[in-house]
Design a protein around this ligand. Structure first.
Ligand code: HEM
Length: 374
């Protein structure tokens, strides 16, 4: 990618999702330029339900991540106020409690323990369930199905079945909230905007928040802990908590860029793209990982350095679709990294690095398992 970024930052590439290829964009300024420009559409829904095929399809009403203005704006403005920094900070004590309880659970597990199952996955699942008001004891209904939806190897039939199951589960939940809305986010949304939204739209909003809210954060916890174990001097700074840990979170986000090759946009008209011209209907694949390692963004970008001054990385995207949950994600990561390092000062990888199963088969990068001991 570093070579492409220099020699051919808008490169024509074959891609299993299209018959005639995509433009692969690898330079920071060009990636940001596309993300900021709504003539590049987010309506790139899966053609045959498999995660790697694109089509000229907007998401169903409510699934605003794959919609453009004005539809996107209609839903997003209803939710922005519910994810402000101030509101997320009010969740801090509860997130700290969830993290402590999950660490107790991990500590009780036989060693070597899998940090993904014991810690990285349950923490964001518990947090997003609590935020939305979804009962956590029903988590297997969404953890299993969303893993299929984000898999790059599931068949179209498996995708459709997972989607059907997920929607059935959420439809029941939304129907209950309509009758008796609680104080959590979906109940709140129904109280504030219930007359503007159909049940199907609320189901799609809940689906998006659940999937976006737990897989991403879980993988940042798992892969982030692995990176920190390999950099003990930097882990020592993260363990301190407070401002040092806050800065470290953004460096971990930049360096790992776990959402990468799934950032797709479609040209709605003929559009200039650096030294090329995209035709209407052309797709671009935006490499956030490459953009975040561009020397244009920061000095010595391939070095992991938690003391680096804050840089405007694009690990949460950029422009109108920039991650709605970033304040929540930052808070969860800050609390989770420092707490796990403090609880287990001698935490260590229990297998050689080559045996760690990386998620090369999934849309969101990370590790499937992280066997650790202490
Ligand atoms: C959008 C990354 C956590 C909810 C995005 C986008 C990225 C991203 C790159 C832009 C997608 C695009 O432009 O097509 C991440 C990462 C996370 C994280 C790396 C964790 C470390 C969360 C959490 C939530 C969330 C905790 C909570 C609900 C969303 C939503 C969108 C989004 C709703 C769509 C926004 C829109 O289309 O307007 N995220 N995210 N994310 N994220 Fe996150």
């Amino acid at each position: 990618m570093a070579r492409l970024r220099l020699d051919d930052p808008v490169a024509r590439r074959l891609h299993p999702g299209t018959s005639d290829g995509v433009w692969l964009v690898s330079r920071y300024d060009l990636v940001r330029g596309v993300l900021a420009d709504t003539r590049w559409s987010s309506g790139v829904g899966n053609k045959d339900e498999s995660a790697m095929t694109f089509g000229d399809v907007a998401g169903p009403p409510g699934m605003f991540i794959s919609q453009d203005p004005p539809e996107h704006t209609f839903y997003r403005r209803m939710l922005t106020g519910k994810f402000t920094l101030a509101r997320m900070n009010r969740l801090r004590p509860r997130i700290e409690q969830i993290v402590t309880e999950q660490l107790d659970e991990l500590e009780r597990m036989p060693r070597p323990a899998d940090l993904v199952q014991g810690f990285a996955l349950p923490v964001p699942s518990l947090v997003i369930c609590e935020l939305l008001g979804v009962p956590y004891d029903q988590r297997d209904k969404f953890q299993r199905t969303s893993a299929i939806l984000l898999s790059l190897t599931a068949t179209p039939e498996e995708m459709l079945e997972a989607q059907r199951e997920f929607i059935e589960f959420l439809s029941g939940f939304v129907a209950e909230q309509r009758v008796k809305p609680d104080d959590a986010l979906i109940g709140d949304l129904i109280r504030d905007h219930g007359d503007e939204l159909s049940d199907d739209e609320i189901v799609q909003i809940a689906l998006l928040l659940l999937v976006a809210g737990h897989e991403t954060t879980a993988n940042m916890i798992g892969l982030g802990v692995l990176l920190l174990l390999r950099h003990p001097d930097q882990a020592a700074l993260v363990r301190e908590g407070g401002e040092a840990t806050k800065g470290a979170v953004d460096e971990l986000m930049r360096y790992l860029s776990i959402v990468d090759q799934v950032m797709v946009r479609r040209a709605t008209e003929t559009l200039p793209l650096h030294n090329r011209t995209a035709k209407e209907g052309d797709y671009v694949l935006l490499s956030l990982a490459s953009a975040n390692r561009d020397p244009q963004l920061c000095a010595d970008p391939d070095r992991f350095d938690v003391t680096r001054p804050k840089v405007p990385h694009v690990a949460f995207g950029f422009g109108p679709h920039q991650c709605l949950g970033q304040n929540l994600a930052r808070l969860e990561l800050e609390i989770a990294y420092s707490a796990v390092l403090r609880r287990f000062p001698d935490l260590a990888l229990a297998v050689p690095l080559e045996e760690v199963p990386f998620r090369t088969d999934m849309a969101i990068y990370g590790v499937h398992k992280l066997p650790v001991t202490w």
